[in-house]
Design a protein around this ligand. Sequence first.
Ligand code: ZN
Length: 79
Amino acid sequence: MRITCPHCDERAITRTSKRPSPVFYEVYAQCVNPECGWGGKLLIEFATTTNASRCPRRELRIPLDPGARSSWLEEINNH
Ligand SMILES: [Zn+2]
C-alpha cells in the first residue's frame, strides 16, 4: 500500500504499527520530504467482507460488502 503525505504529496514511509484488535491497525507514517517532515498516525480497519473465511473466528463480525457476489450469499445461507 502506497502512502502519500497529506500536506506535500510526497511519499510517506510507514513505521511501527499496533494491532489493538483483530480488525484494527494503527500505523505510523513519516513523510520523506525533508522540507516537510510531517509524521502522523493512520487508522486502518477491516470494514467489510468480500470473501468468506474458511476458518472464521466465531466472535468476529465483519459485515458483508454490499458488492459481494450473490453466490457467496447463497453459500452462507446454506450453513
Ligand atoms: Zn510531506
